[in-house]
Design a protein around this ligand. Structure first.
Ligand code: PRP
Ligand code: URA
Length: 254
């Protein structure tokens, strides 16, 4: 059934407004929706799939159904650090004169600030791994959840300062399913004035990769794995279930 979810007039916690959307409301919102095969999106130049053996090893541990919430959180953090390292390979540097105990030399430092934008809730677990790499990074939060019947992202929190003064913002979210949450997050950051944005996630579906790539071709995507497809409810297969629930030990949505 096609229903109109018009929340243009519903003021949410952030004080910002959503535009109205025509969306499908169903227990199986992905039923009948065609999805690209992984091979079709794999060639996108902005898509970077980690080939590191440690990433593959830790991701398999993360996916396993018997992995506890505590182990899950630790693995999300470790994987984020590894992916963050790969995603930061082209950060800009500026010269910095330094002195070793033996002599002066021309060193380097990161040019400009780095912004980390975890998408609540599940993205929170990725912040720690990134901050181990760039302790001075600023962290801003965007709260989005997927409406389970429409798969449309609903914004419920947005805490961005007045000005965007970073060389790059990393959008952090372990799962890219339909891509709706990531597309909305990037749109919010672009509207705020961020010039350069990279998405970093753990597992992506081809459908979500295509959505994000078509909406924002300039946004690099760094992921640990490209999975096969979305099931009829919009969950990634083989995936790992609900990343937020598994991380925080909640059970209401998976
Ligand atoms: C999950 C995940 C992403 C979103 C991905 O969040 O962390 O934000 O789903 O799905 P999409 O690509 O189809 O938008 P969820 O809505 O479950 O909220 P949570 O993090 O609070 O559990
Ligand atoms: N969000 C999740 O946490 N898992 C999925 O498989 C899809 C969206």
């Amino acid at each position: 059934m096609l229903v109109e979810r018009n929340i243009a007039n519903s003021k949410i916690a952030t004080g910002r407004y959503h535009r109205p959307r025509m969306v499908r409301g169903s227990d199986f919102p992905m039923r009948g929706i065609s999805q690209p095969p992984a091979g079709e999106v794999q060639a996108y130049r902005q898509l970077h799939i980690s080939a590191h053996p440690l990433v593959a090893h830790k991701l398999s541990l993360l996916r396993r159904a018997e992995t506890t919430a505590r182990e899950f959180s630790e693995l999300v953090s470790e994987l984020s650090r590894l992916l963050g390292y790969e995603a930061m390979t082209d950060l800009s540097l500026r010269p910095l004169d330094i002195s070793t105990p033996l002599e002066d030399m021309a060193g380097a430092e990161l040019a400009g600030e780095i912004g980390l934008v975890p998408i609540l809730r599940a993205g929170l677990g990725m912040v720690d791994g990134f901050r181990q790499l760039v302790p001075r990074a600023q962290v801003w939060h965007i709260g989005l959840y997927r409406d389970e019947r429409t798969l449309q992202p609903v914004e419920y929190y947005n805490r961005l300062p007045g000005r965007a003064t970073v060389q790059v913002c990393f959008v952090l979210d372990p799962m890219l399913a339909t891509g709706g949450s990531a597309v909305d997050a990037v749109r919010i950051l672009k509207g705020w004035g961020v010039g350069r944005i990279k998405y970093v996630g753990l597992i992506a579906a081809p459908y979500g990769i295509r959505q994000l790539a078509e909406a924002f071709p300039e946004v690099d995507m760094h992921i640990a794995a490209l999975d096969r497809e979305l099931d009829e409810r919009g969950y990634i297969l083989p995936g790992l279930g609900d990343a937020g629930d598994r991380q925080f030990g909640t059970t209401d949505s998976a």
